[in-house]
Design a protein around this ligand. Structure first.
Ligand code: NAD
Length: 325
């Protein structure tokens, strides 16, 4: 089986690529090395992939998904059984600063992938969506059928648009689509624009950690090892696929940010200074997703709790920054 992973040097893409290579699954990875979610980190993840013991199963192309002709020539060259479409501009705040780039990558870029999947008869397309599509909810845990018509950020709106467009492809063409809505993914080699990395970095730079909404957020923190394992489970599964289906991928627990910070402090052995800020534009107070649907269908249960997860990140962070001093 040959699979395409878009965004393969991103946080989730890199971890998934490694896991599939461990299983000797042929992976073609593409990425444009966008610097907004880390430059050096992406180079280091790429180096790490190149050193994988099963490197002969991996091929990489530096491609921008918004470039239709590059995507077309990739599909002309390779016949894919599955596509795991992770490439995107991620994050809420940037989506207000560079809205056009979000539209170009997350909507036009995704459309290019869908068109090629249709034209080159790829049977299964897995796409990365986000808990942000649920907007501000009052009832928890959030289930897949809950309303997603009122996104609060342009990021969420582009992801929702991508979901809706993918449904048209599933309905009209010979293509199964599985939408995965990820909830706050964290862990080793994580994104530098996300809380855990930012907080650890602040402690190294002796700066206060910025706490939006005065730190009164609650998140369903989901460890990268569980996310990568869940996607792999879906990729290798022989279960009958629906034409179109949506799954939350969450840890299934609502953790107050303050409790998460305590865990970071415990592992760093430091009391972090805090800078209390107001709620960011487009931000959501609480996320907590039900993961029962995925659990029941694929018999998969997340294994990593926040204590273990934060510990794994801080230990990676310390050794990564020691190495790169
Ligand atoms: N990390 C999370 O908590 C989280 C939560 C919900 C959803 N998601 C979604 O999961 C996916 C992966 O997220 P991530 O955390 O690994 O982010 P990431 O930024 O680390 O990875 C995305 C990758 O896509 C690449 N990319 C961006 N624009 C591109 C383009 N035009 N052409 C080719 N490649 C491009 C980037 O260079 C990057 O390597 C994204 O679709 C994101 O929206 C992530």
């Amino acid at each position: 089986m040959k699979v395409l992973i878009t965004g393969c040097v991103g946080f989730i893409g890199y971890n998934l690529t490694k896991l599939l290579l461990d299983q000797k699954i042929k992976v073609v990875g593409i990425d444009n090395f966008d610097t907004r979610t880390g430059k050096k980190l992406k180079q280091d993840r790429y180096k790490d992939l190149r050193n994988h013991k099963n490197i002969k199963f991996f091929k990489f192309y530096k491609i921008d998904i918004s470039n239709r002709s590059q995507i077309n020539s990739l599909f002309r060259r390779h016949k894919f059984k599955k596509i795991i479409h992770l490439a995107a501009l991620a994050g809420v705040r940037n989506s207000f600063l560079i809205p056009e780039k979000y539209i170009n990558t997350n909507i036009i870029g995704s459309f290019n992938i869908f068109e090629s999947a249709k034209n080159y008869k790829v049977p299964h397309l897995i796409i990365a969506s986000t808990s942000s599509v649920y907007g501000m909810k009052k009832t928890f845990p959030i289930k897949e059928y809950h309303n997603t018509d009122l996104p609060l950020s342009l990021y969420a709106a582009t992801k929702k648009s991508m979901e809706v467009i993918s449904h048209v492809y599933a309905h009209n063409f010979n293509l199964n689509v599985t939408v995965l809505r990820f909830f706050t993914v964290y862990g080793p080699f994580g994104r530098p624009d996300m809380a855990l990395y930012k907080f650890a970095k602040c402690s190294y730079d002796n700066k206060p950690i910025p706490l939006f909404n005065k730190g009164r957020h609650t998140r369903d923190f989901t460890h990268i090892s569980d996310i990568a394992f869940a996607i792999k489970t879906l990729v290798v599964s022989n279960k009958k696929l629906k034409k179109f289906d949506i799954y939350n991928l969450s840890n299934g627990k609502a953790i107050p940010l303050k409790r998460y910070i305590k865990e970071i402090e415990k592992n760093l052995k430091i009391k972090l200074k805090r800078k209390l800020l107001s709620l960011q534009r487009g931000d959501i107070h609480k996320t907590h997703g039900s993961n029962l649907k995925f659990k029941r269908y694929f018999s998969f249960k997340p294994k990593t709790n926040v204590d273990q997860g934060v510990k794994s990140f801080i230990s990676w962070f310390k050794s990564y920054h020691k190495k790169n001093k």
